[in-house]
Structures are given as structure tokens and as C-alpha cells.
Design a protein around this ligand. Sequence first.
Ligand code: NAD
Length: 496
Amino acid sequence: MTTTLTPCPLYINGEWLTPKIATTPVYNPSTGDVIAECPVGGAAEVEAAVAAAHAAFPAWRDTPAVERARVFFRFRQLVERDFDKLCRVVSREHGKTHAEARGSVFRGLENIEYACGIPTLLFGDTLENLARGVDCETILQPLGVCVGITPFNFPVMVPLWMFPLAIATGNTFVLKPSEKVPLSAVLLGELLAEAGLPQGVFNIVHGGRESVDALLTHPRVRAISFVGSSPIAKYIYETGTRNGKRVQANGGAKNYIVIMPDADIGKTVEALSAAAFGCAGERCMAGSTAITVGAAAESLLPPLIDAARAIKVGPTDRAAQPDMGPVITAQHRDRVSSLIASGEKDGARVVCDGRGVKVADAPRGFYVGATIVDNVQADMTLAREEVFGPVLNVMRMDDLDRAIELANRSAFGNGAAIFTRSGGAAREFKHRVKAGMVGINVGVPATMAMFPFTGWDDSFYGDLHIQGREAVQFYTQQKVVTTRWFGGDVGDVWKK
Ligand code: NAD
């Protein structure tokens, strides 16, 4: 049976375009079917999109912030109206379960809501009488053309981390979604147009490295927001800044969850299993390593293994939902399996094995079942590399000190969490752990729209993070205006 391909147009200057250029297949990872062909744009498409964004900038910049906000109030209503449709597209092209898709689209919606507050977010500071008769104020102004380059794992949420705030602050935007999941971005573009955003303010180009390179070097692009793997994040940061652009580039991760012997085991198993296996482990905030302290391993592992074995894997594109969906591609499934095998070869013990899992009603889908690997050692490839699949490493340590030291040896610094009943242990962990987002009895401490998404080290390249006030700063430049008026006798008012 052949699947009808879903159109995947570019969006430039308010028009949906399907140029005759090379394409790359988009899969439904649940079934292995090709569901669309994503055009692989390059310099010509980028040129057209940036030109449209540049031309739209002067009028959009001068549109009052309250009017810009109104577009996002309407956009918010439309995303809510089409919530189920968006979630279905996310499930189909990415493989998230409906519940996971709903959670992720909801997180994105909160970013639109945050952007609706733009009139107050853009308030500046004023100091009257900085010197005698002299006043001083700061104003925040947009930059111009901003770019978003996004990963496959959150097809709606990550673009929504970027463009609502970038556009609400008065910039125009070019989005380059992941070529593996371009269809959600197309839906978002349709909703923005319906919300009344003027043409050229938001544009979509597709493709991979060629489009990205054209964006990174384009003289009219002022700022780049990137989310993806660390090597590419570093490349984007270095190339973008070398070309004079502001860059915020979120990278990959390896997040540690410390389990103290006094932790509430039932609640910890629940949280850990959700952190490790939720979204099939394809989250930059996935809890990919459990560090058990002292006797914690003995009480934690049996119920954790039971919980992992109970996770039903299956297709997410139909009414009956599994607990966990597929990973994104066949190649990625094979990479995850080979990383598990490397751990085994290096001496770790696979205590729950998801390799080769069979899904009878979707035999060509890209599945890996929940996997737990015990006795992982710090120098193993499995310990160091981001697996980005449903694989939980277990590392055993004697005390909290050593657990923190181990976590701090990671090249990444996205998230870290501790499960304990001890305020002292939690306080020590919070203070010393080298990660930008910390959870205390919270397995996935991913920040919400009003807080910055604060990765450290190889998990982030740049200065100002995505989301929250830092993102408002990222998308604006400050102007400080110092004012003095001469003449007149206004001062006499006070003498009367
Ligand atoms: P990726 O780095 O392969 O791709 C990200 C984007 O970069 C895509 O749009 C892709 O087309 C583009 N790209 C890929 N190769 C490129 C190249 N050589 N030159 C220029 N551009 C290129 O990432 P992915 O596989 O789509 O996403 C998974 C990764 O994203 C994981 O490492 C995950 O941890 C990370 N991630 C990080 C965060 C965060 O906030 N830190 C959030 C989500 C995902």
C-alpha cells in the first residue's frame, strides 16, 4: 500500500512554494513509511526568505508592541483550536505518543502566552535627573532578521521556543526546521498566517547543511537561535559569531539523576522511568544515567527493571496508544543498539534489553524497547556519549561526594537531579552540581517559558539562553537615551 505524500512547501513572503529541487524523505517512524518529501533548499531559497524578512522588517518594527501582541493572542487561540491536529502531526512524523505530543505542544503554547506579554517585557529603565536637568532611559529595539534552526525531537515546541518571542519583540524570522520533521512547522506557518501576521515577517526554508550554511553567512541575518546536537551547536556558534551574528546554540546532553538511599523508592522509580524512557529517550533533558548512592541500588533496581519491562512499545499513529513510541529513524535505532552493545562489550550488564523488540502490527517501524544497563563505568563510550534513546545507565557510587564528582566530569551540563528526603543532601547537590537545570525530586527539570533554558558547557554555546527574559535580551538591542532640554522657565514652577 502506498501512502499519499503530505505536501511540504517552503513559506516565503506569505506564499507557499514547492520549487523543483532535490528532496529528502520524511518517515512515519511508527510504520517506516515515507509520508512526505522535504525539499532540500540551499542558497537561492535562503536568499529569497531573508530578502522577504528584511523587506518586512521596517513596518513590523514600527508596529506597536500591543498590536504585535494581538497577533500572538490570535495565534494562541488558533493553536488551541488545532491542538489535536498539531499533536497528530507530531505523533505521525516524530513518533511521540499522543500524551507526549500533547505535553510538548502545551509547553510550546506557554511560549506563545509568554510572548503575548511583550508590551511589559519590553519596558526599559528610566532615571530622571541623572545630572541636573538631564534624564536617562533605556529602550529595547529589535535586531532585524532572526533565524531559528531546530532539531527533530520537538517539532512544535522548539520552534515555539524561538519565533513567538523573536517576532513579538519586533524582528522578522526565518525558520529552518529539521528535515526529519518539517510538517509540524508548515502547520505552525499556516496558523500564523491565519492569525494575521503580515507577509514576510515569518518564513520557512527547509533542508540541512546547505540552507544552514547560507543562513549562517548571510549578511542580513542578525541573530541565530539553534537547538540540536553539540557538534553542530558548536559549529553554528563558531560560524555564526565569525560572521558577526548573535548566536544562542543549545546542544546535546547526558543528564545524571542521583538516588540517595533515603529516597522514596516508589516515587523515584516512577519519575526515573518517565525521565529515562519518556519520548523514547529522545529528549535533551532525558535522565539517561542513574547514579545510585550506597544501598539505593538494591532497593531501586528490582522495581525499576519491572517498570521498564512493563513499558509497551508500539505505533503512535493510531487510536490505541502504546506506552512508548519508536525512535526517529532506522539508522538511529541501529546506533542506539550499537551503543548498548558497546557498553556490554566494555563490561557493563544489560539487565533489561530493548534491542530487537518486535512490534507485530508495525514490523517496519523503528523500535527500541526500554533498556537498563547496570555497572556502567565512567570511561565507557556508553557513559560518555549522548545515546538519545530509551536507555538508562546505572552507575553505583559509595557516597554523595563521589556521585557529584562523577556527574561533574561530564562534558555536558544540561540537567541533573537528586532524589532524597534529606534537605542537606539536596542543598549540597544543588550547590555543587555542574548543570544549568537542577531537579530536586523532579526527574526532568526542563524549564518553562518564563525561565531561561540554561544549559552549561557543551550543552550550550552563547551568552543569552532561550526562553524568559534572557531571550527578550537576545532578540533586542538596548539603546540608552540621555536627554536635556534647554531654555524655558519650567524650573520656576517649583519656586512659586
Ligand atoms: P542535529 O544537530 O542533527 O540537527 C539539528 C539541526 O541542525 C537540524 O535542523 C539539522 O538540519 C541541522 N544540521 C544537521 N547537521 C548539520 C550540519 N552538518 N551543518 C549544519 N546544520 C546541520 O540534531 P537532531 O538530531 O535533529 O536533534 C537531536 C539533538 O538535539 C540531541 O543532541 C539533543 O540533545 C539536542 N537537543 C537539545 C536541546 C537543548 O535545549 N539543549 C533540545 C532538544 C534537542
